[in-house]
Design a protein around this ligand. Structure first.
Ligand SMILES: [Zn+2]
Length: 259
């Protein structure tokens, strides 16, 4: 590692649990971030700042004025630009030491599987259930760890699905897909700006932990925050043996389609 990197990442390298070895892993890591909005903004900024070597940022939306209250990856100069491209520029301005690929796409199942297979980790920073479930299916199919976050109004939640680990639940184990589920969207219900910072930052922290191989990931635990009362809770949950998505997944060593 050269002097510039030693200096840039010094406060992470100083952490015994992370050190040079953890930093090398971050520099070698490839992460897919789906969504460059409220959650994707803080998550991507922290991962770029931490020196995650390759970030693939996906979003098919454009930056609007009403996004700027919370989507801190973008500023007034980005209005009307695609979020993936505006986000890539912001990440590279923060850290030109990394590679950022911007994809202006709405991903279908096949594309998600192809992308998940090329990365070490996926961050779900999207804003709708259909995409969340599609991301989960792709991560199950490719045994790729998934860090999933969500926030609406004053409520947020995060969990980690380490799909390399046979005991780990998947997103669908916890939130079975239901056609009649009413979806709350920020566009119509509102969301507290800093709440996205809290949830997105937890996602970034969990991603760094998973990549560096330190601590205990938030696997089998759902962390929730009520920002109005500023209360955090954790509930534990297990893999659903009858889960329609992961119940029949092959053991990781038997070979995922991502291997
Ligand atoms: Zn499952």
């Amino acid at each position: 590692m050269d002097d510039t990197r030693l200096m840039r990442y010094a406060r992470h390298i100083l952490l015994d649990e992370l050190g040079i070895e953890g930093q090398e892993r971050l520099l070698a890591a490839r992460v897919l971030i789906v969504g460059a909005g409220g959650l994707g903004s803080p998550a991507a900024l922290y991962l770029a700042a931490a020196g995650v070597g390759r970030i693939v940022l996906v979003d098919d939306d454009v930056v609007e004025l009403s996004n700027l209250q919370r989507q801190i990856l973008h500023d007034i100069s980005g209005l009307g630009r695609h979020k993936a491209q505006s986000g890539r520029d912001a990440l590279l301005a923060l850290n030109p030491d990394i590679e950022v690929q911007a994809l202006v796409e709405r991903l279908d199942d096949t594309r998600l599987i192809a992308l998940a297979a090329q990365v070490d980790l996926v961050l779900d920073c999207c804003d709708n259930f259909a995409t969340r479930h599609a991301i989960n299916r792709a991560c199950v199919a490719t045994c790729t760890p998934l860090v999933s976050g969500a926030a609406i109004k004053f409520s947020g939640q995060v969990s980690v699905y380490d799909l390399r680990d046979e005991a780990s639940p998947c997103y669908h184990c916890l939130f079975p897909e239901a056609d009649d589920l009413e979806e709350l969207r920020c566009a119509t219900t509102g969301v507290l700006g800093p709440l996205l910072g809290m949830v997105g930052s937890v996602q970034a922290a969990e991603a760094i932990k998973l990549i560096a191989g330190m601590g205990e990931p938030l696997v089998g635990r759902l962390l929730s925050v009520d920002a109005l009362r500023m209360q955090w809770h954790t509930i534990r949950f297990k893999r659903d043996p009858d889960c329609l998505v992961c119940a029949r997944r092959p053991p990781a060593e038997a070979g995922c389609s991502g291997d």
